[in-house]
Design a protein around this ligand. Structure first.
Ligand code: PRP
Length: 216
């Protein structure tokens, strides 16, 4: 049996549906349920619902054989796992954003509010720009509005949160999507089972890619 950590929430539900359609459904699964563990002997799979930011930790430490995590989290925490497949879901961008009328003062360090402190630090270090990083846990967009920071480094999906708060993107740091990750020791011992899941997922994601391309 292989165990898979899924991110709690809309994206996790979507990934579960993909896995279920790939032959890894759980008979006792219901979306409204608050149960955190589901398993199915016949499919040979057990799922855990985990906070999205914690999935990589569960997989790295071997509490789950595999999991589904955003590239934002993988870049930020650099867990020691195998990143096996881009699921082409949960697409968004890591960006530097600020108030619409922001003008950078290059004579002093830029104040940056973010949840992604390592990502922000690496980005400004690569540019050779002094930055004061302020770690927040959510509602990052408030920081420049209240003068806590000059800019934010955060995820932008639709851009609605920025727009509704009179902020805009100044730079794009990277493109983000959801990845299927695997614990290194699990892959040694259960490589066959894990490869079988990956093959099925690849077929499904390529198929939905083709549908997307056809729609465009
Ligand atoms: C994320 C991100 C932005 C928002 C971007 O926040 O931190 O606030 O989504 O999405 P949009 O471009 O579609 O508006 P999340 O919902 O995770 O909440 P939090 O960071 O405030 O906790």
């Amino acid at each position: 049996m292989i165990s898979i950590a899924l991110p709690k929430g809309r994206l996790g539900e979507k990934v579960y549906r993909l896995l279920a359609e790939s032959g890894y459904a759980c008979s006792d699964y219901t979306p409204e349920n608050r149960k955190l563990v589901f398993s199915d002997e016949k499919s040979g799979v057990r799922y855990f619902w985990v906070k999205p930011a914690d999935v990589a930790k569960y997989v790295e430490l071997g509490a789950a054989d595999a999991g589904v995590a955003g590239k934002d989290i993988l870049t930020e925490y650099a867990p020691d796992v195998y990143e096996m497949l881009d699921l082409n879901m949960g697409k968004c961008r890591m960006c530097v954003a600020a108030k619409n009328d922001y003008r950078e003062d290059t004579f002093r360090p830029v104040k940056v509010a973010t949840k992604f402190v390592n990502t922000a630090r690496a980005y400004y270090a690569a540019k050779g720009r002094d930055a004061e990083i302020i770690k927040l846990h959510g509602s990052i967009e408030l920081a420049p509005l209240l003068g806590l920071s000059d800019v934010i480094v955060d995820i932008v999906e639709t851009g609605t949160t920025l727009k509704e708060n009179d902020l805009k993107v100044f730079e794009t740091i990277s493109e983000i999507s959801t990845r299927f990750i695997v614990n290194k020791a699990s892959y040694r011992f259960k490589g066959g089972e894990i490869d079988a899941v990956l093959e099925k997922l690849k077929e499904k994601t390529e198929c939905s890619d083709r549908k997307d391309t056809a729609k465009r």
